[in-house]
Design a protein around this ligand. Structure first.
Ligand code: ADP
Length: 532
C-alpha cells in the first residue's frame, strides 16, 4: 500500500503541501490513505499523537462527496473542525445542540454534487437517534456522495475496550446499510481481542489491519517503589519533580478523586503549583484547570483518568502514576500524553503491593478486569526485563531490547543493578500453608494479615507452627505474593460489606500442585541497586 502511483497520488501530495502545509507523510499514513481511497475497509491502530486525523482528512479532499466522521467527544470534534477551518477546509459538526441553519446547510450539501462541504462530524448518538439524518445519509449514498465513514476511537465499540460506549454498538448497521462506503476505524489502543470484537460488531470481517509501531522512543519508562505513607510519597514525588522537572509541565494520575485533591494540595504546599481534575468537578472548573495548565500558569494537573481524551499539550515532560493503573493499555495511553513534541520525557509509575488490592476491588466486576490488572502488576514487579519490550509485546509487536537505547530503568546504563534468580518454592509453599490453615479454621485473611502471620506477628490463630518465619524482607515477601497471584498459586476473593469491598486471599488453582512438590517457583531478585 505504500505505492505512490495510484490515480490520486499526485493530488494527495500536492494537497498535503498546499492545504495542510506539511512536507511529508509519516509512517503508515500513506498506506492508510491508499487503502481507504481504494475502497477497502480498514482499522488503523496508531499511538496517540501519531497523526491519525490526517489519514482521513487528506483523503476527504481528493474524494468525491462527503466524509462522515463519528467521534465520541464533542470537544475533540470542535478542535478538529476548528483546525480544518484554519486550513480553509469546509467541515461542520452536528450534535444535539446544532442550530437549525447549520442543520439545513449540511442537509442540502449532503445531496448536492457541487457542494464544497467535505467533512461532517457527528456523535454516535446523532446517528443512532436521528432518523432524519439517517434518511439524508441514504440519499447521499444513492447519489454516490457518501465518500467514507470514519469512526474515531473505534475501540469504544467493544466492551473489552477501556471506554465502551453503548451508542457505538449501533454503528454495526452502517456497513449493512451502506455496503459500498469504505469504513475507516481509528484507535490508539487495541489488543487483538478488542480488534476482533470491533470487526464483528462493525461487520467488517475482511478489513485491513494497519498498525504503526507503539514504540515511543523519546519516552523513558520507570517504576519506583512507593513509600507506604502519603506524606513520604509526596516528599518523594516532590523531590523528583524539583530535581528533574523544574518549571516543566506534568500530569500526576491518581487512583481516586479524593486522592487527586490530597496530592494536589500536598504538592502545592511543597511549592509545585498543582490543581486537581476529576469527573465530579463542575465542567467550568475542569476547563479552567485545563486552561491554566495549557498556558503554563500551573505546573501539574493531578487527575483521575477522566483527564484524558482531547489533551494535546505538546511539551508534557513527565507523567507520574501515583498508583498503578488498571491495565497496560491504560498505562500506555496515560503515560503517552508525555512528550508529544518528540523531546525526551519521563513516565514514572509508583508501585506498592497494597495498591494491587485497591485496584482489584475496583476492577474485579469487569469481565477482563483482573487479567488486565495482573498484566500491569507483572510489568511493575519485574526487576530486570526491558520495560519497552514488555509494552511492545503487550501490543503484539516483537521487540529487541537492545533497541531501547537505555530509555528505561532496566536498560539505562546509569542505573547499575545486580539481579539473581532464586528458587522460592519452599517460601511459596509456606504461604499456601498459612492460607490452608486459615481456611481450615474459618478465618478470612487479607494480604497484610498473611504477611503478618508469615513474620510470626498478628493474630496467633493465623500462625502455622511448621512454617518458618519469613526469611526475606517485607518487600520481597510482597513481591512473592504478587508473583503467586499472577501464576495462579493464590487468588483474590471479594466480599461486599456495607461500605466497601474487601479482598481476601485464597489458595489458587495451582496451589495443590505446589504443595505436592510438582511445581517449582523461581523468581529474580535484585541484590544491589545503585543510581550513579
Ligand atoms: P492522533 O489523532 O493520532 O492522536 P493527530 O491526528 O492529532 O494525532 O496528529 C498529531 C499531530 O501531528 C497534529 O498536530 C498533526 O497536525 C501532526 N501531523 C500529523 N501528520 C503529520 C505529518 N505528516 N507531518 C507533520 N505533522 C503531522
Amino acid at each position: 500500500w505504500d505505492n505512490t502511483d495510484f490515480s490520486w497520488s499526485t493530488e494527495l501530495v500536492s494537497k498535503l503541501q498546499s492545504v495542510f502545509k506539511m512536507t511529508e507523510l509519516r509512517p503508515m499514513q500513506l498506506q492508510t490513505m491508499n487503502a481507504t481511497l481504494s475502497g477497502r475497509d480498514c482499522l488503523l491502530i496508531m499511538p496517540t499523537g501519531g497523526g491519525k486525523s490526517l489519514c482521513f482528512q487528506l483523503p476527504a479532499l481528493v474524494s468525491k462527496g462527503i466524509t462522515v466522521v463519528v467521534s465520541p467527544l464533542v470537544s475533540l470534534m470542535e478542535d478538529q473542525v476548528m483546525a480544518l477551518q484554519h486550513f480553509s477546509i469546509e467541515a461542520v459538526m452536528l450534535n444535539a445542540d446544532a442550530d437549525k441553519s447549520t442543520v439545513k446547510y449540511v442537509q442540502d450539501a449532503m445531496t448536492d454534487p457541487k457542494a464544497t462541504l467535505k467533512l461532517v462530524y457527528v456523535t454516535p448518538e446523532k446517528l443512532a437517534k436521528s432518523k432524519r439524518f439517517m434518511n439524508r445519509l441514504e440519499k447521499m449514498y444513492e447519489k454516490g456522495l457518501f465518500a467514507r465513514l470514519v469512526i474515531d476511537e473505534v475501540h469504544c465499540c467493544s466492551q473489552w475496550g477501556h471506554d465502551f460506549r453503548p451508542d457505538y454498538k449501533f454503528l454495526g448497521i452502517m456497513k449493512r446499510q451502506f455496503p459500498g462506503v469504505p469504513l475507516l476505524g481509528l484507535t490508539a489502543t487495541a489488543t487483538i481481542k478488542v480488534l476482533e470484537d470491533v470487526k464483528t460488531i462493525l461487520n467488517i470481517p475482511d478489513c485491513l489491519l494497519l498498525r504503526s509501531s507503539f514504540n515511543r522512543p523519546n519516552l523513558y519508562y520507570q517504576v519506583l517503589p512507593k513509600p507506604s505513607s502519603q506524606e513520604e510519597a509526596l516528599n518523594d514525588m516532590h523531590d523528583i519533580i524539583n530535581r528533574n522537572f523544574r518549571q516543566q509541565s506534568g500530569i500526576v494520575y491518581c487512583f481516586s478523586q479524593k486522592e487527586t485533591a490530597e496530592v494536589a494540595e500536598g504538592l502545592s504546599k511543597r511549592g509545585v503549583r498543582s490543581m486537581c481534575y476529576h469527573a465530579s468537578l463542575p465542567s467550568k472548573q475542569r476547563s479552567h484547570v485545563h486552561q491554566l495548565w495549557t498556558s503554563n500558569q500551573i505546573q501539574v494537573v493531578v487527575a483521575t483518568v477522566a483527564f484524558g481524551m482531547g489533551i494535546d499539550k505538546p511539551d508534557v515532560r513527565f507523567v507520574i502514576h501515583h498508583s498503578l493503573s488498571k491495565s497496560m493499555e491504560n498505562l500506555y495511553q496515560e503515560s503517552g500524553r508525555a512528550g508529544r513534541d518528540g523531546s525526551k520525557s519521563h513516565c514514572i509509575l509508583y508501585y506498592r503491593f497494597a495498591d494491587v488490592a485497591r485496584q482489584s476491588n475496583m476492577v474485579f466486576t469487569e469481565r477482563t478486569g483482573l487479567d488486565n490488572l495482573y498484566g500491569i502488576v507483572a510489568y511493575c514487579i519485574d526487576v530486570s526485563g526491558c520495560r519497552r519490550s514488555r509494552i511492545a509485546r503487550h501490543f503484539g509487536e516483537t521487540w529487541d531490547s537492545t533497541d531501547c537505547a537505555g530509555m528505561c530503568d532496566h536498560c539505562d546504563p546509569k542505573i547499575k543493578r545486580l539481579c539473581n534468580k532464586r528458587d522460592v518454592t519452599r517460601l511459596c509453599q509456606d504461604v499456601i500453608k498459612i492460607l490452608n490453615n486459615a481456611a481450615a479454621t474459618n478465618q478470612r485473611v487479607t494480604a497484610p494479615k498473611v504477611l503478618d502471620a508469615w513474620y510470626n506477628k498478628g493474630a496467633p490463630t493465623l500462625r502455622v507452627k511448621e512454617v518458618k518465619v519469613a526469611s526475606v524482607s517485607r518487600d520481597k515477601a510482597e513481591r512473592i505474593l504478587a508473583h503467586m497471584l499472577l501464576e495462579g498459586y493464590i487468588r483474590e476473593d471479594f466480599h461486599f460489606t456495607a461500605y466497601s469491598t474487601i479482598c481476601y486471599l485464597l489458595p489458587g488453582s495451582r496451589a495443590k500442585a505446589l504443595l505436592a512438590g510438582s511445581a517449582q517457583v523461581a523468581m529474580e531478585f535484585e541484590s544491589k541497586a545503585s543510581a550513579t
